[in-house]
Design a protein around this ligand. Structure first.
Ligand code: KG4
Ligand code: ZN
Length: 334
C-alpha cells in the first residue's frame, strides 16, 4: 500500500498553519505562525488584523511546510483545509489558498471541521478505539463528542454561553493579565489557594451541557466588590479558585459521560487541554478507571494544521471530496 501524504491548512483564528502528515498518523512537518503578539495589545483577537496576517503568512507557511518535510507537490495526495467554524475572514484565506492550490496542482480538496481537527490531534499519539468520548475545550468551544467510528461525530453536550477558554480569557482580563489569559491563569493558579467558593453550573441532572458565564460574572463581581470596598484580594487565589470551578465541572461531566456511554477511550483536545489543573484532575479521575485517557502534547493542543491533515486523511480514505464550491462557514456544524 502506497503512503498517503496530506497537506493540511488551518487559518480559522489567529494562527496561520500548514503541515504535511503521512497516513493520518505521522507528522512530517508542522509549521505554525502565531499572531498572538499582534493581538495582545487589543486584549483579544481582532478579526480584521487576523485576516491580513493570514494573507501575508499563508504562502510562506505552506512553503516552509514543504521545505521542512523535504517533499514536493508530486508527493501530495490531497489538500485538507479548515472550512469552519471560526472567523469568516480568517477562514476565507485558508479555504481560498487550498482551492487555488488544489486547482493548480490538480489535487483533491477536503474541507475539515475545526473540532474534528482538534480531536484528531490525539491520533498522533495512539490509535483510536471506539466508542470514544472527546472533550473539546478551546477559546471558541466546550463540547463533549461521542464517536462510534472514524469520521462520525455525535454532539452530546456543549456550552450554552461562554466557552471554557473564553471564560479564562475574560477573567484574565479583569485580573490585568495579558492575552491569551488561559496560560497566565494556569500559571498563577499553581501559586494560589482554592479559598473562594465560586459557583459551578451543573445544569440539569442528565445534561452534559456546560455554562461558564455565571462563573465568569461571579469572579468579576468578587473582584469589583473587593476593590470598591478598598480590600485587597490575592490574584493567585482568585485564579486557583476560578480554575478549580472550571476543572471540577469539566472533569465530572466528562467522567459521567464516559461511564454512561461505556467508552473505550477518552480524549481531550483544544487549547484549554494544555491546562495543568485540568490535565491533572482528569488523569487522577481516570486513573481510578480502566478507561485510557489521551491528551495531546502542548503544541498539538492549540491550533495547528497537522491535526487538520489527520482529520482530512480519514475523509480522504472514506472517498469523500469537497467541490469547487467549498466555502468558509463560520458556524459549520460538526
Ligand atoms: O484551540 P485554541 O488554540 O483556539 C481555539 O480554537 O479557540 O484555544 C485557545 C484557547 C484560549 O482561550 C487560551 O486562553 C486557552 O485556549 N488556553 C488555556 C491554556 N492554554 C491555552 N487555557 C487554560 N490553561 C492553559 N494552559
Ligand atoms: Zn482551535
Amino acid at each position: 500500500n502506497k503512503d498517503v501524504y496530506i497537506l493540511g491548512i488551518e487559518t480559522s483564528c489567529d494562527e496561520t498553519a500548514a503541515a504535511i502528515v503521512k497516513n493520518g498518523t505521522d507528522i512530517i512537518s508542522n509549521v505554525v505562525a502565531s499572531q498572538i503578539d499582534s493581538h495582545k495589545r487589543f486584549g483579544g483577537v481582532v478579526p480584521e488584523i487576523a485576516s491580513r496576517h493570514h494573507v501575508e503568512q499563508i504562502t510562506i507557511v505552506i512553503e516552509e511546510a514543504f521545505q521542512k518535510a523535504n517533499l514536493s507537490w508530486d508527493d501530495i495526495d490531497a489538500i485538507a483545509v479548515t472550512e469552519g467554524p471560526g472567523l469568516v475572514g480568517a477562514l476565507l484565506v485558508g479555504v481560498n489558498a487550498a482551492k487555488g492550490l488544489a486547482f493548480a496542482k490538480q489535487k483533491p480538496l477536503i474541507g475539515v471541521h475545526h473540532i474534528a481537527g482538534h480531536i484528531y490531534a490525539n491520533r498522533f499519539e495512539r490509535e483510536f478505539e471506539f466508542p470514544l468520548l472527546a472533550l473539546i475545550v478551546s477559546g471558541g468551544h466546550t463540547e463533549l463528542v461521542l464517536m462510534d467510528e472514524h469520521g462520525s461525530y455525535e454532539l452530546i453536550g456543549e456550552t450554552r454561553d461562554d466557552a471554557a477558554g473564553e471564560a479564562y480569557d475574560k477573567v484574565a482580563r479583569v485580573l490585568d493579565l495579558p492575552y491569551p489569559g488561559g496560560p497566565q491563569i494556569d500559571h498563577l493558579a499553581r501559586e494560589g489557594e482554592e479559598s473562594i467558593n465560586f459557583p459551578r453550573a451543573w445544569l440539569e441532572e442528565d445534561s452534559f451541557d456546560f455554562s461558564f458565564s455565571g462563573l465568569k460574572s461571579s469572579v468579576i463581581n468578587t473582584i469589583h466588590n473587593a476593590s470598591q470596598r478598598g480590600e485587597t484580594f490575592n490574584k493567585e487565589d482568585v485564579a486557583a479558585s476560578f480554575q478549580k470551578s472550571v476543572v471540577d465541572v469539566l472533569t465530572a461531566k466528562t467522567y459521567k459521560a464516559a461511564a454512561q456511554y461505556n467508552v473505550e477511550q477518552v480524549i481531550v483536545a483544544g487549547g484549554v487541554a494544555a491546562n495543568q489543573g485540568l490535565r491533572q484532575a482528569l488523569e487522577a479521575k481516570f486513573s481510578e478507571t480502566t478507561i485510557p485517557l489521551l491528551i495531546p502534547p502542548l503544541n498539538l493542543c492549540t491550533d495547528n494544521a497537522a491535526m487538520i491533515a489527520a482529520a482530512g486523511f480519514v475523509t480522504y480514505q472514506q472517498g469523500k471530496r469537497s467541490g469547487w464550491d467549498l466555502n468558509a462557514n463560520p458556524s459549520l456544524m460538526l
